[in-house]
Write a protein of this length. Sequence first.
Length: 134
Amino acid sequence: MQTLILAGIAFPIMFVLDVLWIGVVGRGFYKAQLGSMLRPDVVWGAALLFYIIFAVAVAYFVVAPALAAHSLPKLLLSAAFFGLATYAAYDLTNLATLTGWPLPLTIVDLMWGMVVTTATSFATYLIAVKFLNY
């Protein structure tokens, strides 16, 4: 149950951060890097499924263990590495297998994976400690 509660906290945080990054801040960059590969519309079902899965994974693998250890440093290190590893699975696979997948996009996306996962995990941890007495 703890994992689902933490995932419920993490989901909107990551969703908002990612929408702001992809849809506003990095929109021109992604458009320039992906060109015709970028869909004109978002397949929201697939996007929401990703955010649900990722929120549960962040809650289970990052936030819950850090709460159990009462360790913010553990949270920050685990979150950054988890973000790097999960985004690397996507970006480095694309770089290895897709013709025209851009290296600059891979590098930026790996960094973003670390940032968004760490920010989401940190905020989720703080909310859980302050309001849920974890």
